[in-house]
Design a protein around this ligand. Structure first.
Ligand code: SF4
Ligand code: SF4
Length: 148
């Protein structure tokens, strides 16, 4: 039986969440804003340390959040309607974890109660990336990183 004190992400499916709940799932790690290379054979996504030119790499925020879909044509909007395809998201992303029936991890701000734990656990990419403005697309392969 569901406990009245059970947090929303434990008893609601992603499409049932309010806009506020949905937004609070994002831990602001910034990983989804990294360039990725898809393996054509197995569909696996390799992450790099090359960030979108519109990411503020110091605080991992999008500099044009409200207009991002207009200004960056390959930016993907995460919404309850698109959440059935999460294979491109990092394995640590709350939307991917929950869509796969997994738990949020200890460092997630909703669990720890502290947004700093995302950095403490090494999940945040803040300060660890280069902007795609400085990297030629042919060099992307050299920037593949096995993020923890
Ligand atoms: S990877 Fe997921 S949790 Fe991290 S910033 Fe992107 S949407 Fe938010
Ligand atoms: S436009 Fe903003 S949200 Fe989209 S990938 Fe770039 S930094 Fe991330």
């Amino acid at each position: 039986m569901q406990s009245v004190n059970e947090p929303f992400w434990k008893h609601k499916d992603l499409p049932e969440m309010t806009a506020k709940e949905w937004e609070s799932l994002c831990d602001r790690c910034g990983r989804c804003c990294l360039n990725k290379i898809e393996d054509e054979e197995d569909g696996h996504f390799h992450y790099t340390n090359v960030a979108c030119s519109l990411l503020d790499s110091h605080d991992c925020s999008c500099r044009v959040y409200e207009e991002r879909l207009k200004l960056k044509t390959d930016c993907i909007e995460l919404s309850p309607d698109s959440i059935d395809n999460t294979g491109w998201l990092p394995a640590t992303c709350a939307y991917r974890l929950l869509s796969e029936g997994k738990e949020l991890l200890w460092w997630h701000p909703l669990v720890s109660g502290d947004s700093d734990t995302v950095k403490e656990a090494g999940i945040s990419i803040c300060g660890k990336v280069v902007s795609e403005e400085h990297i030629h697309p042919d060099q992307l392969q050299d920037h593949i990183v096995d993020w923890i």
